[in-house]
Design a binder for this molecule. Sequence first.
Ligand code: GLN
Length: 532
Amino acid sequence: MSGVGKGIATSSIALLLQSRGFKISPIKIDPYLNVDAGTMNPTEHGEVFVLKSGLETDQDMGSYERFLGRDLNSENYMTGGAVYKSVIDRERALGYGGKCVEPVPHIPEEVIRRIVAAGTKDKSDITIVEVGGTLGEYQSVMFIEAARSLKIANPDDVLFVLVSYLPVPGKLGEMKTKPTQYAVRTMNSYGVQPDIIIARGEVAIDAKRKEKIASSSGVRIEQVISAPDVDSIYDVPLNFEADNLATIVMKLLKLKAKKPVDLAPWKGFVKKVQNTKSEVRIGIVGKYFSSGDFILADSYLSVIEALKYAAYHAGKKPIIDWLSADEFEGGRANVKKLDAYDGIIVPGGFGERGIEGKLRVIEYVRTHKIPYLGLCYGMQLMVVEYARNMLGLKGATTAEIDPKAKYRVIDIMPGQKQKLVEGDIGGSMRLGAYPAYLKEGTVARAAYKAEMVHERHRHRYEVNPEYVASLEKAGLVFSGISPDEKLMEIAELPKSKHPFFLGTQAHPEFTARPLTSHPLFDAFIKAASKKK
Ligand code: GLN
């Protein structure tokens, strides 16, 4: 079922196999009919993870990239909507040569074509496909059918892993295997037999229940893998390794390791997570809070991860708090609360709600010298705050909130306006990796230690070029600009004026990884660690 940990299970299997020298291509399938994840509210489906190519995908793609430590291609992600759309577009182009086009076989055929294309592009030894959602849902049927026919055509080269949840009902206090038995039966009804069962639960599955699942499901007992809740998701690959999961996969696929397993770098990182004591306290000011902590953490997943890596890299344990932007609005707002933090982040966002609160936070951290990192919207609002309070432009704002405002210091990008008029919304923002040139002698340049950087983007609005000169005159430095010098990519205050006050139009959080933390987050955490 959704949220049970399939993404981390997939990422972990991928990592263990990659650590044995295999080239791995992980694929995420989201069965829903959105063509990509870009049109979904983060509180509905978690963060939208943008690939280097610009494709807007599911947060699991972020986990794969972080665990494997590399960028993935657009081919590694598909939704039900994208698959159906290709089939229908092909039909419109007479691509089926006059045949009746039917869900089966044409949808599964397209799914398989895409799986093969992803593996081929990656030149992978092993392709790992995660089917999202819950077994038994209507929308997943076509994907399971694709998996079934792949196995029929390639019996020795395909294996199935079922990630199943074993509840421990409060009153009973013992783990129940029945739901897993039913899940296997559901799988069987589609013509698929699991080879490996990952038993997710609050606690580790015991020998008796392993045996029960094995005998009722026709899976060998050593192929039932225990996956209890853990303090950190980074423990999961090591737990799987202890249960010989990768060895079982290799045996079933009749593959030999390409090199002796090397998990030393990963273990080094896990050790830091377990042993770091000295704390750094960071507040994230956002608005996607409505559905409780679980969803909240999901909405800003990559930001949180990026913070963790930078903190551990600096020998600090990150304490991350959620601050709802609305609590800093109106007369009751307690901005002094921000003093308790070593650093504040305003992450990406859209729309009006919480804006005034965020602006107040930014003003406070600017004037009280609390380290600040603005990501995308957080950079745009930093510019708005500066224009209001340092340039004296009363009511300065972003055109996103008021397209007719007098001082639109953040304006819509040329080319984006027409898209909004035409209702061309999905996948039409400025998306994916773009280069930026970094000015010498700036905080950004010192952090990146490079003259040219590439970062992923997802926005429609930009710093209005008409205000750049006056903002600079008032002391704001645009330290990162697009090579054609049209787009302001990074804004900052010089070190002499503020310990760290920097915003980037990009989303550097998407390329932060456990073993290679991101230079901007590193610089931010370094400044935060120095705060008294
Ligand atoms: N809403 C802003 C824009 O579209 C910022 C987007 C973001 O933070 N990802 O430009």
